[in-house]
Design a protein around this ligand. Structure first.
Ligand SMILES: [Zn+2]
Length: 108
């Protein structure tokens, strides 16, 4: 039994269930949580996104039985900042300034 979390999107979950059923795989959803009986779910999810033109969504594998399907949101939308030198993510500008100093950059 594979559980796919559609990140609160019930309509999306119902679309996914229909798609999976057409592939001959048993599936159902409760709110935005889809449970799929069997099969290569990761492959099916990727095909679903491709066939439905949902390229802004991505398949996130949590573990062998749990997946999340969600829109990729730029981290900046959550108030995070990213170090442009190493890609490290920090939660505030202050932390970023401190972090940048670790690269030997002097803030004048
Ligand atoms: Zn850095």
């Amino acid at each position: 039994m594979i559980v796919v979390d559609c990140a609160g999107d019930v309509e999306f979950a119902s679309k996914l269930v229909n798609y999976v059923k057409v592939q001959g795989i048993n599936a159902k959803h409760e709110d935005s949580i889809v449970t799929i009986n069997e099969g290569n779910v990761e492959e099916v999810l990727k095909l679903f996104l491709k066939d439905s033109n949902l390229s802004e969504y991505s398949v996130l594998k949590v573990d062998s039985e749990n997946f999340v399907l969600a829109k990729e949101v730029p981290i900046e939308d959550f108030g995070f900042v990213r170090c442009e030198l190493c890609g490290y993510v920090l939660s505030s500008e202050e932390e970023l300034t401190t972090h940048r100093r670790a690269h030997g950059i002097q803030m004048l």
